[in-house]
Design a protein around this ligand. Sequence first.
Ligand code: NAD
Length: 253
Amino acid sequence: MGVLDSKTCIVTGGAGSIGLASAKLFAAEGARVMLVDRDPAQLEKVAQSFSEPERVATHAADVSQSADTRAYLEATVKRWGRIDVLFSNAGLSGAIAPVTEYPDEVFDAVMAVNVRASFLACKYGLPQMNDGGSIIITSSIMGVKANPNIVGYATSKHALIGLMRVVAKEAAPRRIRVNVLAPGPVDNAFQTDIEKRLSSAIGIDATEMINRNIPLGRHAKPEEIARTALFLASEASSFSTAGVYMADGGMNA
Ligand code: NAD
C-alpha cells in the first residue's frame, strides 16, 4: 500500500530535477503520474527511467499557454480520470542583472512560466479535479526573501504565494488543499547555472556564499524536496492548506 494508491497526479517540469524526483516518489507510492514538460524526446527518456512504467505518461506542453494547459489536463483525464494532485512546478531562472539592466523580455518570460502557468493550471485544473485533491505550487526561498540581481525570479516566486492564498480560499469548500512548496538551493543543474552566472556578476564564489547562508550548511538533494512534495500531495497533510512549506535548510530564518 502506498500513500498515493490509485491517485492521478500531474507534475509540470516533470522532466526536470525536482519534478522528476517527485514524480518517481509519487509513482513509488502508488500514483499514476502525467509528466508535463517542453521537450517530447526528453520526456520519453525520463519516462523510461521509472520502475513502474505502466503508471507513467507524458505530455509535451508549453505550460505558459492556455491551449497547452487545457490539453495536458484533458489528456490526463482521458487516460486516468479526474485529477487528485496537480503539482505546478515548471520554472525558469531568468537573467542575473540589476533591475536597471534586467531585459524586459526576460522578465516577461519568467513571469509567464513561473506565474502565468500556475494561474492557468489552477484556472483550468480545478474543474477537472476530484474534491479532496491537492494543488502544490513550487515557489522558492526567493519567494519569501530576496537578493540583488534576480528581480524576475524573486518577483515571480513572491507572486505565487499570493496566487496560492487566493486559490486556497476558493478551493477550500471542495476540500481541495492548495499549498506552496518553497525549496532552498538544490544541488542540480538549474541552481548550478544560476550560481555560475552570479559568481561572475558579484566576483566571489556564489555557491560558498550561499552555503554560508544556509543553517544546515549545504544545498538540498532533489529527493529531499520531493519528500516535502509527497507530504503535501498525500493525506499526511490533510489539514494543511494555504501554507508555505519551506524545504530550505533553515535559510529563511
Ligand atoms: P529544472 O530546470 O531541472 O526543472 C524545471 C523544468 O521546467 C525543466 O524540465 C524545464 O524544461 C521545465 N520548463 C521550463 N519552462 C517550461 C515551459 N514553458 N513549459 C513546460 N515546461 C517548462 O529545475 P528544478 O530545480 O527542478 O526546478 C523546478 C522548480 O523548482 C522551478 O519552479 C524552480 O524555480 C524551483 N526551485 C528550484 C530551486 C533549485 O535550487 N534548483 C530552488 C528553489 C525553487
